[in-house]
Write a protein of this length. Structure first.
Lengths: 258, 370
């Protein structure tokens, strides 16, 4: 690469991403989350040692977009599959990538127990307040009053219960060493999200136990908004209910300098 | 190597260890719990993986993940736990990764009881999970066979990228018998070319059961079916006893087969020419030998510890060429050799009916004892 090329090269595809264009809707933050994870894996030089566990949801084809080994779990079971892989291959980096329906509803048992066991895996949890893939049904993270195709008059907490704050819940478990919530709604928060992804993977590489990064995300298609409106809605409605922050940082993780 | 006393569940666990089991995941349920308990000590002792999962759902998906790395993996459970595993088993079949499953059956449906039964035949042999797949199912009737078939299960699962099930009932799991344990085999040091272990110096690999494009899913189904044809051609196993001159043939697997053998011997002692066919692979089912026997014998007696789940496979194989009778005990009640002997005597002394279904006739006899 010549100096002139370097001066103009402001954006390149991370080596951990494949060339394949994603199937995500325009503006969807799944793509942002993918890119951040890929960048961090590149920076840590772990591409060849990483094994991803894809879940069932819009990210079901995540394995097409990342250039490393993947398996594809049944709906909700990614942390169990990841457990099986990590126990056999403890020196590999094992990550799951799960939506809120996948992880916080049908897969709640698997993720809670993986965290409780201190399973040395990293969960990327995409909270977009609905079931994206199946067309915008109520998720455990759907906000009170939020309209979805199965809460047509808005989520009624009297009959449909309250949203699950997954990061807070998981953070109570001894085996979890790094549990944080970040958001993907603006560049500053995206940078903070990337730092969290790095710390989560460092937690795993150092064998410090379970790590999870919850990423507040948008679903313009099913929310019935433009991407810009969606980002604003996330900021104004989701963040108050799902506060950003560090819910569990084990002292050994706090010492990590990156 | 010397014969030692082994309890069924523990014998299977140790046989799996000797076969090169690298990772075990399980959940407690009677009557298979000793298997889990034994491996919780044995596996870590050898530096191998043992995890007590949060549920059978967790266990089967841990097995699924571990199987994707190409090592030898196993889980074990009993009927209600196996029901919970069905989703994972279907995914495992769809992903074409080898897994060994041990099902120590108990009485059901529902919570049922912890007594020995054979009610899982259909959900195992005919696939309780969604989609088209067929597991290889091995049914031991004594402890030595349980050991040998467990070893074989790992080889077959790997050879055919399939699920291999060791199917037994609670009485075999709990029973003690002298048996010889094979020597410890070394662990694998090379892995198949589909194994997902990190893309170190190679193209990435993906293991999945998803084929969104229907023609590709059709192709996957055909691939699985063709592999199954190989299994059917090469792996049918059964044991025949006193078949050469038999007028009647009793058919039973596992413990039912074992009980039937005592009855057959007693009948022989009374001069009745009767034999036993005991399927060892209930899947692939020994249909051909049954069809051949159908042209030679006066009738079959199917003995099971369920309401006639294997009976349907026998009827399919016999194709109406010979009368088939049925006898069963249910819900954890074991059939007695004397009961089976009575059935054999009845068959030998009265003209055999071909009216209706053998299950119907049995039910009539069962409900209106002579
Ligand atoms: C056992 C099972 N139940 C239901 C489904 C159908 N299903 C597919 S994706 C999905 C929801 C996924 O939503 P989420 O996890 O929030 O991810 P998103 O699509 O929003 O990224 C459901 C219910 C399934 N595949 N398997
Ligand atoms: S449906 Fe929603 S979550 Fe799924 S790709 Fe489209 S915008 Fe993203």
């Amino acid at each position: 690469m010549t100096l002139a090329d370097m001066e103009t090269l402001v954006y390149a595809r991370p080596a951990s991403l494949t060339e394949m264009p994603t199937h995500y809707c325009p503006g969807c933050t799944h793509g942002v989350a993918h890119r951040l994870i890929a960048e961090v894996i590149d920076e840590m030089n772990l591409r060849e040692r990483t094994i991803g566990v894809a879940s069932v949801g819009c990210s079901v084809f995540a394995y097409n977009y990342f250039d490393f080994d993947w398996v594809q779990a049944p709906h909700g079971r990614a942390p169990a599959m990841a457990t099986g892989i990590k126990r056999v291959l403890p020196d590999r980096l094992v990550i799951t990538y799960q939506g809120d329906g996948d992880m916080a509803s049908i897969g709640m048992g698997e993720v809670v127990h993986a965290a409780a066991r201190g399973e040395n895996i990293t969960v990327f949890f995409i909270n977009n307040a609905n079931y994206g893939m199946t067309g915008g049904q109520m998720a455990p993270t759907t906000l009170p009053g939020q309209k979805t195709t199965t809460s047509p008059h808005g989520r009624d907490v009297e009959t449909q219960g309250y949203p699950v704050r997954a990061a807070e819940l998981i953070s109570t478990l001894e085996g979890a060493s790094y549990v944080v919530r970040r958001s993907l709604h603006d560049p500053k928060n995206i940078r903070l999200a990337k730092k969290a992804i790095r710390l989560a993977l460092e937690t795993q590489v150092r064998g410090l136990g379970f790590s999870m990064v919850e990423l507040l995300s948008i679903c313009p298609t099913n929310w019935g908004m433009t991407p810009v409106q969606s980002l604003k809605w996330l900021e104004e409605h989701m963040i108050p209910y799902f506060p950003l922050g560090d819910y569990k940082v084990h002292p050994a993780v706090a010492e990590i300098k990156v | 190597m010397a014969r030692e006393l082994w309890k069924g569940n523990i014998a299977i666990a140790e046989a799996a260890v000797r076969a090169g089991l690298e990772a075990y995941f399980g959940y407690p349920i009677t009557p298979q719990t000793e298997l889990l308990e034994y491996l919780s000590m044995r596996m870590p002792e050898l530096g191998r993986v043992f995890v007590q999962a949060e549920s059978e759902l967790g266990a089967i998906n841990m097995v699924y993940g571990a199987a994707c790395t190409g090592v030898r993996v196993m889980t074990s459970s009993s009927s209600p736990g196996i029901s919970l595993m069905m989703e994972g088993l279907s995914y495992i079949a769809g992903t074409e990764v080898p897994v060994v499953l041990v099902d120590v059956m108990r009485g059901g449906p529902g919570l049922g009881n912890i007594a020995p039964a054979q009610g899982d035949y259909n959900q195992i042999v005919h696939g309780g999970g969604h989609g088209d797949y067929r597991p290889i199912v091995l049914a031991p009737s004594n402890i030595q066979e349980a050991i040998d078939l467990t070893m074989l299960a790992f080889d077959l699962a790997e050879a055919y990228r399939a699920i291999a099930v060791v199917l037994l009932d609670g009485s075999l799991g709990q029973m003690m018998e002298p048996a010889e344990m094979p020597p410890l085999r070394p662990l694998k040091s090379t892995y198949p070319d589909w194994a997902v272990r990190g893309a170190i110096g190679r193209e990435r690999r993906v293991l999945s059961s998803i084929y969104l494009d229907p023609p590709l899913e059709e192709e996957a189904n055909l691939r699985i079916l063709r592999r199954w044809q190989q299994v059917e051609a090469n792996e049918v196993r059964y044991k025949g006893y006193y078949l050469e001159d038999a007028r009647f043939v009793v058919v039973g697997f596992g413990t039912a087969g074992r009980v039937a053998l005592s009855a057959v011997r007693a009948a022989r002692a009374e001069g009745i020419r009767v034999g036993l066919l005991r399927p060892i692979t209930v899947s692939p089912f020994p249909s051909r030998v049954l069809r051949e026997l159908a042209d030679q014998v006066e009738g079959f007696l199917v003995v099971e510890m369920n309401t006639g789940q294997m009976l349907e496979d026998v009827l399919r194989a016999v194709e109406g060429r010979a009368p088939v009778e049925f006898f069963a005990r249910l819900g954890g009640v074991m059939p007695l050799p004397e009961e089976v002997l009575d059935e054999i005597k009845r068959m030998a002394s009265t003209p055999l009916s071909v009216d209706g279904h053998p299950r119907e006739r049995w039910l009539q006899r069962m409900l209106q004892p002579a």
